[in-house]
Ligand binder design. Structure first.
Ligand code: PLP
Length: 395
C-alpha cells in the first residue's frame, strides 16, 4: 500500500540528497575528526562546512555559535541546565503551558529541586500572553524558554519580541525552534535570542542529530562533560555522518523556504477548507493565530482522534492525534486544554503536517476519505449519539 505521509511534525523523510551526502562518511571516511592523521582529522573541514550551512539557515553571526547535539531534547535540556548553572543566584524560570515535554518536564524537575517556575498562558487561539511575560520577568529570572512554533497546532509565538523583553531585564532567552526551523525565516544575528534548539529529523535529516545555537558571549556550562569536542561545549566523539547530513538538510531547507510558504501552505489551506466544508462540527485549532505553513490541527466533534487515525492508517494515511491514550483513559492534549478547547472537540483532534514532498494527490485522497470516516465513527460513537454522555466522562 502506498504511504501518504502527513505526519511531518512527528518526523520527516530523510531527503535523498541528505542520505547521499552522508553515505561516504558511513563507509569509507570513518576516521575520528579529532585524530592527528589526515584520514580522520581531514574530516574536520566537512564538519566546518556543515556548521556554516546550519549557521546560514539560522542567520547566525558566526558558525562557532552552533553546537551539535544528539537531538532537540538534548538541546533543550542543555539550554535550561546551562542557564541555571551559569546564574546560580537566580532561582526563577519562565516557560509556557504548551511547550514540548523536553522543556516542560525539565522545568518541572527543576521546580522539584527548588526553582520557582512561571507557566505563561495562551488564549483560545493559542496566542501567548505577552503582558504576563512582561510582568513575570524579574532580576531573579535565570532563563525564559518559549517555543517558536507549537508542535501540535503550529501556532507561532513572537519570539523576537519576547527575547527583547528578556534582554531588557537581564534574563537569558531560549527558544525551542524544533518545529519552525526551515518553515519560518530566522535572522538570529539581528535578534536578542541567546539560545535556540533544533532537531535534524524534523527537517529531512535523520533522527539522532540536533543543534543548540548559543550566541557568542552567552555564559555557558556544558551538559555533557568529557572530551574537548565542540570547543569543550559538548563532549563526545562527533557524529560525523549525521552532522554532514544535517548540514545538507539545512542547505536544502534554505532553498525550499519559499516553497514551504507558498505551495505547501496552499496545500494545507486546501486540506483545511475542504475538510471544514465537507464535515459538520469541525474546527481548526489556532485558526486565527499565525501558524506554520505546513500544520493543520483539526477537531471533529463527538469522535475520538485515535479512532480516526486507525481508519486513516488502514488506508496508508499517516497523521497524529493531539491526545494520548494511556491505560484505557483518554487524556486530551495539554496544548488544546491550555487553549480551552471544549472536551467534545479536544478528544477528536487530528494533526495533519505536510512537507516539501506532499502532493496534490495525497491531499485529494484525505479529502475523499475523511467525510465517510467521520460519519461512520459518529454513528457508532456514544459521543456521537449523546453530547451529555461525552460531558459526563470524567477523564
Ligand atoms: N521540541 C519540539 C517542539 C518537538 O516537536 C520535539 C519533537 O517532537 C522535540 C522538542 C524533541 O526533539 P527530538 O525528537 O529531536 O528530541
Amino acid at each position: 500500500m502506498k504511504v501518504t505521509y502527513l505526519d511531518n511534525n512527528a518526523t520527516s523523510m530523510p531527503a535523498p540528497e541528505v542520505t547521499a551526502e552522508m553515505q561516504p562518511f558511513l563507509t569509507e571516511f570513518y576516521g575520528n575528526a579529532s585524530s592527528m592523521h589526515d584520514f580522520g582529522g581531514g574530516v574536520q573541514r566537512y564538519l566546518d562546512k556543515a556548521r556554516r550551512q546550519v549557521a546560514d539557515l539560522l542567520g547566525a553571526a558566526d558558525p562557532t555559535e552552533i553546537i551539535f547535539t544528539s537531538c532537540g531534547t538534548e538541546s533543550d535540556n542543555t539550554a535550561l541546565f546551562s542557564a541555571i548553572r551559569s546564574y546560580p543566584e537566580k532561582r526563577h524560570i519562565i516557560t509556557t503551558r504548551v511547550e514540548h515535554p523536553a522543556v516542560l518536564n525539565t522545568v518541572r524537575y527543576l521546580q522539584s529541586q527548588g526553582w520557582q517556575a512561571t507557566y505563561l498562558e495562551v488564549d483560545q487561539d493559542g496566542n501567548l500572553d505577552m503582558e504576563s511575560l512582561r510582568r513575570s520577568v524579574t532580576t531573579n529570572t535565570a532563563i525564559v524558554s518559549i517555543m517558536h512554533a507549537n508542535n501540535e497546532t503550529g501556532v507561532v509565538f513572537p519570539i523576537e519580541e519576547a527575547a527583547a523583553i528578556c534582554k531588557e531585564r537581564g534574563a537569558l532567552f531560549h527558544t525551542d525552534a524544533v518545529q519552525s526551523v526551515g518553515k519560518v525565516p530566522l535572522d538570529l544575528k539581528n535578534s536578542a535570542i541567546d539560545m535556540l534548539s533544533l532537531s535534524g529529523h524534523k527537517l529531512h535529516a535523520p533522527k539522532g542529530i540536533g543543534v543548540l545555537y548559543v550566541r557568542r558571549g552567552t555564559r555557558f556550562v556544558p551538559f555533557m562533560m568529557g572530551g574537548h569536542q565542540e570547543r569543550g561545549r559538548r563532549a563526545g566523539t562527533e557524529n560525523v555522518p549525521y552532522i554532514i547530513g544535517l548540514g545538507k538538510a539545512c542547505e536544502l531547507a534554505r532553498e525550499r523556504l519559499n516553497d514551504e510558504n507558498t505551495r505547501v501552505k496552499a496545500l494545507r489551506d486546501r486540506l483545511q477548507a475542504g475538510l471544514l466544508s465537507a464535515i459538520p462540527n469541525a474546527k481548526v485549532n489556532g485558526a486565527n493565530a499565525r501558524r506554520l505553513p505546513n500544520t493543520a490541527n483539526i477537531s471533529f466533534e463527538f469522535v475520538e482522534g485515535e479512532a480516526i487515525l486507525l481508519h486513516l492508517s488502514d488506508l496508508g494515511i499517516c497523521a497524529s492525534s493531539g491526545s494520548a491514550c494511556t491505560s484505557g483513559s483518554l487524556e486530551p492534549s495539554h496544548v488544546l486544554r491550555a487553549m480551552g478547547v471544549p472536551f467534545t472537540f479536544a478528544h477528536g483532534s487530528v494533526r495533519f503536517s505536510l512537507s516539501y514532498y506532499t502532493t496534490e494527490q495525497e491531499i485529494d485522497l484525505v479529502l475523499a476519505e475523511m467525510p465517510a470516516i467521520i460519519k461512520k465513527l459518529r454513528e457508532i460513537s456514544p459521543f456521537g449519539r449523546s453530547e451529555a454522555a461525552a460531558k459526563s466522562c470524567t477523564c
